[in-house]
Ligand binder design. Sequence first.
Ligand code: BG6
Length: 484
Amino acid sequence: MAALILFGGGGDLAMRMLLPSLYFLEHDGLLPEGLKIIGAARSEETADEYIGKVQDAVKAKAEADKAWDEDSWARMKARLDYLAIDATSAESLKRLKAKVGDGEVTSFLAVSPSLYGRIVTAMKEAGLAERNCRIVLEKPVGRDLKSFLEIDDAVGHAFREDQVFRIDHYLGKETVQNLTALRFGNTIFEPLWNNLTIDHVQITIGETVGVGDRWPYYDEYGALRDMLQNHMLQLLCLVAMEPPSDLDPESLRNEKVKVLRSLRPITPEEAERVTVRGQYVAGVSEGKPAKSYEEERGQPSDTETFVAIRADIDNWRWAGVPFFMRTGKRLPEKRTEIVIQFKPVPHSIFDNDEGEAPANRMIIELQPEEDISLTVMNKRPGLDKRMQLQPITMSLSWGVDGKSAAPPRRRIAYERLLLDAMHGDSTLFVRRDEAEQAWKWVDEVADAWAESGQKPDQYVAGTWGPDTADMLMMRTGRDWNTTN
Ligand code: BG6
């Protein structure tokens, strides 16, 4: 019998993401046969009470997706169990071990990372780190390179690297995987994917939500560590990496780590020119008044809720091609996109009324829609004596040709990742050296800020960050994408 243990099984991540993901997998008949799902947490409650809460959480999500059915739930319910434990105590974990038996065990740590070290030590003692066991670690693992290594060393003491699955849920998103398909499943893009043809790349992860009552966590991390160290750098790696020789987890991750190693360090002298920190003040978000971050926090704070950075990748392919990244809370839209901006034609033979025709641009949209589109130039139809150009956008999204099937249900990124972890496939998980390199680069940025005393610039909630973020682009003669 295989088992999945959810440490922190009653917490926010488990209830909002993990258990609904498991329900959807159950609904689609994808869960391993005989799998037991065991919630493990401190709270003294019975299995029935726990299952009742899981049902409420799962049903709400499944109904919203029109995927609720009693049969699927009955099957999932039969797998569910609960045990009240102290996860840092080996004695307590031995009771858990007795419950799961000797089959394969995947343990998902959805608890505070400050407990990871003590939990893995107790797991080893309780027999939950044997060869047939795997461990999934939710971010953030550490808040800098040093604390990452401390936690990861403790994990490495209990588990071998091939048993460790470090989650970055962006890697479970469909369009993120589609990026690899786009680049390496087609011949037409790869020859253009370099500094001869590409002017620059922009990566935006915009969120409308504020920090709200997550501030005890967020105030210690800020946008740099919460979003850029992981999600944004992973996206950058997938755009910038060399073609791997195959889709083996190691081949892919070897290429990603090379990109991280090629990131030019940001020095304190340069920080002000190539990085922007921002923090929202009161404004209007999604039509409603929104408090400032400091009001939510209840006291003054220097934590950034917005970050924009120009990164340079020092290798042959990307020399001279800046990668601009920005992410923030309380921006006007929940929008995640990667913009590949191509260079203009070397010599224009057209005489457009509107001036120079825009250069080609590819937009890979991850949220709110999943779409890949390409802007190309077209002749404006008509009998005008002068040939005029107009941009048209070709969309590569599902169903655009009118023949494709309706798009499949948008899966929660964790569905894919939970399944892969249980199958032992680490392709979409972050290897230790990747996390290490990403922290190294991010630490340099954080140190540069600390050294230069760079404080966050204010921006009004509901806007696209501080003016300095626009200036970061404008100084190079470019601007952020504003088309959807
Ligand atoms: C998490 C961050 O990793 O990602 C959150 O901790 C953020 O602050 C979230 O809101 C965004 O994820 P998604 O999938 O909604 O873009």
